[in-house]
Design a protein around this ligand. Structure first.
Ligand SMILES: Nc1ncnc2c1ncn2[C@@H]1O[C@H](COP(=O)(O)OP(=O)(O)O)[C@@H](O)[C@H]1O
Ligand SMILES: [Mg+2]
Length: 312
């Protein structure tokens, strides 16, 4: 039995369907990625899993327990690192950890031991007594991660923990997550819109868009799937018109994002189709500066599935 089972889950806010009938399982000990662009429904899903929101429909089962019916028992097993950093700015890292540790029922020597161990893990030992308001964005995120891990949860849920921090801070957070999964065999659910992070970190992923899961599987299998298509990225300037049908006779073609200076087209065989693509574009008044064929990645798979890019 999987540690976490998400079954036919939906959540609406008025007319907005934020999560639309999704199902996935997370096995004990694995790192599972929930990927999708902004607005895909990742945070809403995380809030339901961690008992903050109740679903409109469907079920979440953690270690055999229904999260909606037994929120307290479930919460004890979950560590959450929310998208919005939740810290007391006037308090130090140690004081923040102490506060959140007590909420989870830790106290005395056990609490002190966990605090110093987590400060060490996230590399904040030396600045632990300073008020958090003096911390950089990356340090705050690391402290948030330490709080999520403090009570040794069975499953750690991280919601876009690397957004808005510098590359070094990002690497550091990924390292801690990886180490935690390996050495403490904590199960991890990781949401992100960075495909490269998911590729390097996750065992399995589900790709979400507009509340739905488009595909799920191991990173390897999904990359194989992505490899069956090519994505052509063209830089230049394009007339403001609809290109949707321009390449409809080219096998497997789909026009993705068209911006003022960039166009994405996915096709079965880029090499064969390139001359025709360039010819059609120039005859419609486009000027082309650069043409690239992208390597198959989760990012190109997402482009095939949605016609959109995931990145910011
Ligand atoms: N509390 C809320 N009230 C109304 N709409 C919401 C609320 N929370 C999220 N949404 C909407 O639900 C959709 C999914 O949002 P969210 O789960 O935050 O996506 P993600 O985390 O993938 O960016 C978006 O269209 C968002 O505007
Ligand atoms: Mg979000």
């Amino acid at each position: 039995m999987a540690l976490l089972e998400v079954i036919d889950l939906s959540k609406s806010f008025g007319e907005t369907v934020a999560v639309d009938d999704i199902s996935f399982d997370v096995e004990e000990g694995e790192i599972f990625g929930l990927l999708g662009p902004n607005g895909a429904g990742k945070s809403t899903t995380v809030s339901i899993l961690s008992g903050i929101l109740t679903p409109s429909r469907g079920k979440v089962v953690l270690a055999g327990m229904d999260v909606v019916h037994s929120p307290l028992a479930a919460k004890a097993m979950i560590g959450v690192v929310p998208q919005e950093v939740a810290l007391y700015d006037e308090l130090s890292a140690t004081e923040n950890l102490s506060f959140f540790g007590r909420l989870h029922g830790l106290s005395g020597p056990r609490l002190r031991e966990r605090i110093s161990s987590m400060l060490e893990t996230v590399g904040l030992g030396e600045r632990a007594r300073e008020p958090v308001k003096r911390y950089s964005g990356g340090m705050k995120r690391r402290l948030n991660l330490a709080i999520g891990l403090l009570h040794q949860p069975k499953i750690l849920i991280l919601d876009e923990p690397t957004v808005g921090i510098d590359p070094q801070g990002r690497v550091r957070i990924l390292e801690v997550v990886r180490r935690e999964a390996e050495s403490a065999s904590t199960t991890v659910l990781y949401t992100t819109h960075y495909m490269d992070e998911a590729e390097s970190l996750c065992d399995r992923v589900a790709i979400m868009d507009r509340g739905q899961i488009l595909v799920q599987g191991t990173v390897h299998d999904l990359k194989m799937q992505a490899g069956q298509k090519d994505v052509v990225k063209i830089a230049g300037s394009f007339p403001d018109e609809d290109f949707a049908s321009t390449f409809s006779d080219i096998a497997g073609s789909k026009v993705g994002t068209v911006k003022a200076e960039e166009m994405l087209i996915s096709v079965d065989d880029a090499k064969g189709a390139l001359p025709l693509i360039i010819d059609r574009l120039t005859s419609r008044g486009a000027s082309i500066r650069k043409v690239e064929v992208e390597e198959p990645t989760l990012e190109t798979l997402f482009i095939h599935l949605t016609g959109k890019e995931l990145r910011d």
